[in-house]
Design a binder for this molecule. Structure first.
Ligand code: TMP
Length: 209
């Protein structure tokens, strides 16, 4: 039997620099929720809608985008995801587990590219109708360490940035998380996947009660 989690579902986001393990941990959490018989949906940004997947492709392959163009494309992808997938799933009492959300834009386009944070806050609010998560996990790791464990393959536009860019992104995430300690759980990502997933599940389980 499927357990209900309340009358509005639960919205959980994972954030962190490349190679921090967000994707692994968000999938592990989704599998755990499945095992518990809880309705859940795993999504990632940018992408996971028809529009979002096209935008993901543009973001990965275009060479003439600046920080503002990234902001607008990412926001269009985000709006499609919020409207078409996240809001309906939450209304249907699901747990939504999302790999990257508005905080990625603050960290990468704001702290990384240097776009005014107030501009980003405003665009994020418009793109999401001010929908905020219930739980946010920051998998925190020094980019020098995380890049070593990242699998080699085709590098996207952000992975091609130098280490200083990624350090600014990481510092940005830490500042963002300090501003709302009720929302954020910061986890040292330089430990085993099992021990991270135990910490994640401990927090999520408390919210489900
Ligand atoms: P991924 O590697 O986690 O799939 O994310 C794709 C890239 O998109 C990643 O390098 C970070 C970047 N990104 C931003 O710069 N801003 C955003 O708001 C989002 C959602 C992703």
């Amino acid at each position: 039997m499927t357990k209900s989690v309340g009358n509005r579902g639960l919205f959980i986001v994972f954030e962190g620099v490349e190679g921090s393990g967000k994707s692994t941990q968000s999938h592990l959490l989704t599998r755990q929720l499945d095992r518990e018989g809880i309705n859940c949906l795993h999504l990632r940004e940018p992408g996971d809608t028809e529009t979002g997947e096209k935008i993901r492709e543009w973001l990965q392959t275009s060479s003439d985008l600046d920080g503002y163009s990234e902001l607008f494309l990412l926001s269009a992808s985000r709006r499609a995801l919020v409207k078409n997938k996240i809001i309906p799933a939450l209304a249907n009492d699901h747990v939504v587990v999302l790999d990257r959300y508005t905080y990625s834009t603050l960290a990468y386009q704001g702290f990384g590219r240097g776009i005014d944070i107030q501009h980003i806050d405003y665009v994020n609010m418009l793109a999401t109708d001010d929908l905020n998560p219930d739980i946010a996990f920051l998998l925190d790791i020094n980019p020098e360490d995380s890049f070593q464990r990242k699998q080699k393959g085709t590098l996207d536009r952000w992975e091609l940035e130098n280490i200083d860019f990624h350090k600014k992104v990481r510092d940005g995430y830490l500042k963002i998380s300090e501003n709302d300690q009720n929302l954020w759980t910061v986890i040292n990502a330089n430990q085993t996947s099992e021990s991270i997933s135990e910490k994640v599940w401990d927090i999520v389980r408390r919210h489900l009660r």
